[in-house]
Design a protein around this ligand. Structure first.
Ligand code: G6P
Length: 371
């Protein structure tokens, strides 16, 4: 059994550590650096079709929904196309506005989640072009799709999704560059610059994994907490949501992920000296960084404990936080890939220290094929 896990104690730990390889596999053969373009095997959306799109609707559940929220930032920023990120389980039970000028993108590790599949069929029936971003070739969603982007993460066994999430993020970034080029919102040099940033990501993930001893120390300190708050702004908001979800899934600690600006509308009432607040505060983008420092000060003023995820060279936030975890600096749209890794490790170590069954958390299933 240990051999199957490649010497790791749990599949989840193995899968966290596989991420440099998994992300490299998602990128392989797809980045055309000299042309400033992206190649997807079998791409069948004409330039005319892409230019006529008026909206993208992302349909997903759980962790895949979080990657959709990050994807919205990427696509809106690079391709200037409005993106709505829908909870698949809600979308199918209302009367959604969809027409032939829309692109529906189902994001799913398994390609079999019942709610996502049903929502995807609904969007298709209403005339949308259907694209799947999926980890399993031949799954129901890839069969339903007009076109699929495979994430190539390899089999994911741990119920809590890790490498599927980061590979979805880079697949979405590739898609955003491709759509940006086709719609003329990204010049060749701009696309080349984005792709150059992307080539650095596998090495950055390798580097960020070195934070594991620091994360383990933080995990020991807070393993008995009853609640956690995760805060992030802009593209870090979905990272906060994902950090909170990971923790509750496997450690069974109550955790909430919030956009930093919303803290004053509720969660601030919960903050006391027993409340650890994980603040995702890379310097990119600049405005969000300035604002998140404001959040840190608000938490500290109420006695809360701040665990800050910061850029390697950030000495300022280091003086404000109780603990820091340093990560390599990435551009704003790719920082979520890097910033998620310490949060996966935090959830993993807290759950392991509490003696939980990390790979098979209670009440959860890897793939939910019922409504
Ligand atoms: C379940 C899993 C989650 C996953 C979600 C969506 O709840 O436990 O880890 O994010 O389903 O799964 P999908 O396969 O559609 O990405």
């Amino acid at each position: 059994m240990m051999a199957e896990k490649g010497g790791h104690k749990h599949f989840m730990h193995k899968e966290i550590w596989e991420q440099p390889r998994a992300v490299a596999d998602t990128l392989r053969g797809r980045m055309l650096l000299s042309e400033g373009d992206v190649h997807f095997e079998g791409w069948n959306l004409s330039a005319e079709k892409v230019r006529s799109l008026t909206k993208i609707t992302i349909l997903a559940c759980g962790t895949s929904w979080h990657s959709g929220v990050a994807g919205k930032h990427m696509i809106e920023s690079l391709a200037r196309l409005p993106v709505e990120v829908e909870l698949a389980s809600e979308f199918r039970y209302r009367d959604p506005i969809v027409d032939g000028t829309h692109l529906a993108i189902a994001i799913s590790q398994s390609g079999e989640t019942a709610d996502t599949l049903a929502a995807f069929k609904e969007a298709k029936a209403r005339g949308a072009t259907a694209m799947a971003i999926c980890n399993v070739i031949g799954s129901a969603m890839t069969r339903e799709a007009d076109f699929s982007v495979l994430t190539n993460a390899g089999p994911e066994i741990g119920v809590a999704s890790t490498k599927a999430f980061t590979t979805q993020l880079v697949a979405l970034f590739l898609l955003a560059v491709k759509l940006g080029r086709m719609r003329g919102t990204l010049s060749v040099p701009a696309a080349q610059e984005h792709l150059t940033q992307l080539t650095k990501v596998p090495k950055m993930i390798e580097d960020v994994l070195k934070c594991e001893p620091a994360v383990t120390r933080v995990s020991r300190e807070y393993m008995d907490s009853q609640d956690f708050l995760f805060l992030g702004r802009g593209p870090m908001h979905p990272v906060a949501l994902e950090g909170a979800l990971k923790l509750k899934e496997i450690s069974y600690i109550h955790a909430e992920g919030y956009a930093g600006g919303e803290m004053k509308h509720g969660p601030i009432a919960l903050i006391d000296e027993k409340m650890p607040v994980v603040v995702i505060a890379p310097k990119q983008p600049h405005v969000a960084y300035e604002k998140i420092i404001g959040n840190i000060e608000e938490v500290r003023a109420r006695g809360g404990k701040v665990i800050a995820i910061i850029d390697e060279d950030d000495e300022h936030v280091a003086t404000l936080a109780d603990q820091v975890i340093r990560i390599p600096a990435a551009c704003a749209l790719l920082a979520p890939v890097v910033a998620t890794i310490p949060l996966q490790l935090l959830a993993y170590h807290v759950a392991d220290l509490r003696g939980n069954d990390v790979d098979q958390p209670r009440n959860l299933a890897k793939s939910v094929t019922v409504e």
